[in-house]
Design a binder for this molecule. Sequence first.
Ligand code: GRF
Length: 207
Amino acid sequence: RRLVVLVSGSGTNLQALLDAVAEQGEEAYGARIVAVGADRDGIEGLERARRAGIPTFVCRVRDYATREEWDRAMAEATAAHEPDLVVSAGFMKIVGKEFLARFAGRVVNTHPALLPSFPGTNGVRDALAYGAKVTGCTVHFVDDGVDTGPIIAQGVVEVLDEDDADGGAALHERIKEVERRLLVDVVGRLSRDGYRIEGRKVRLQHG
Ligand code: GRF
């Protein structure tokens, strides 16, 4: 399977996927990363791709007259690499109709909360502020909503009293440890075994 990974920041989820392919080999893992895309330049995620010798592309919203034109540019730049699966790993933009039309059912996102709780850009902070005792991460298919697509897998992380001291930074790091493992496992299984989406349920086909 051919993966295009979309990033907006440090890219530790991307790095986990890069490491899994390097350690297991493309055949055993079932996938390889053919390109990394971003909505901004100068981020660690792009450096990680370049260090791995993987092509990158950047589409900045401000370079396009409208959001739709940015969405089309992202879709075309992604399609150029003929992905089987698009993995949004810390990508902080919402892809639009054109992107989803081209890659429907093949875009996976990872979110640092237990959806449907705490969607959006501050999932870690919102769970902490709400007083949740457990939170975690969700790997799901992207649909036309925000963090609303069919759930593939989730991982649970305890919220600790001391997490209030730093606004969720330590909690997010603990979540990211679980998230990286979950994403590597899910992307591998989707790639090796195949899957079907039936309404809100994701059925993994066993190889
Ligand atoms: C991840 O926790 C992701 O779920 C959230 O932002 C973080 C990105 O981390 N949207 P990284 O860029 O993969 O290190």
